[in-house]
Design a binder for this molecule. Structure first.
Ligand code: PCA
Length: 198
């Protein structure tokens, strides 16, 4: 059976709940299509999160890596197209606030997702689930983790597919902090459908 490493993140900044945590915990240990799902939740820390992802890839040797992050304020599922070589604020969960530094001094400016992002959008929208490709994962931890994963795979000449999907807030989060939101079951369904496109 193939392995899928699925990661989420801890809560951060003004978001007391991160809906990616529940999705990852619910899917961890389950099987979907030909994939056994390994679920892990990453810190929101510029000094740690990227290395956590790399260590998980080394430990599990997954065929595919999908990282999930909350994009508070977005109203649909957004597979990311590209990660850029830049760390910028706001402050992380350990008080660190970068100002435009490179993630890797000699790394390329960007890495494109190797997930089937067009197939994901087509399938999700065909099933009536709002989704579109995002052309920016920002410069915070989601971008950082996506860049770390793709950089590691490239440097080690590994052809595993990897990339990132940002999701909107859950209702549980939106009742604490008003913003566009989806039910947990719709978010979960969207991620299962995205995985089925692999
Ligand atoms: N979203 C943040 C980091 C953690 C998360 O879930 C981001 O978009 O960078």
């Amino acid at each position: 059976m193939k392995k899928l490493l699925l990661t989420g993140f801890d809560p951060f900044l003004e978001f007391p709940i991160n809906p990616t945590t529940d999705i990852v915990n619910e899917l961890a240990g389950t099987q979907l299509n030909e994939f056994e799902i390994i679920g892990e939740v990453l810190s929101v820390d510029f000094h740690k999160s990227g290395q956590q992802l790399v260590e998980l890839i080394e430990k599990h040797n997954p065929d595919t890596v999908i990282s999930l992050g909350l994009a508070g304020g977005r109203n649909c599922i957004t597979p990311e197209r590209i990660a850029i070589n830049c760390n910028d604020g706001p402050v992380d969960n350990n008080g660190h606030k970068p100002s435009g530094e490179k993630i890797f001094d000699h790394g390329p400016d960007g890495y494109l997702s190797t997930l089937p992002i067009y197939e994901m959008i087509d399938k999700l929208t065909e099933l009536g689930i709002p989704a579109k490709i995002s052309n920016t994962a920002g410069t915070y931890l989601c971008n950082n983790v996506m860049y770390h994963g793709l950089h590691y795979l490239k440097e080690n000449r590994l052809d595993h597919r990897a990339g990132f999907i940002h999701i909107p807030a859950s209702h549980a989060l939106a009742v604490k902090k008003s913003m566009p939101s989806w039910s947990h079951s719709d978010l979960l369904q969207a991620i299962k459908i995205s995985i089925k496109c692999l």
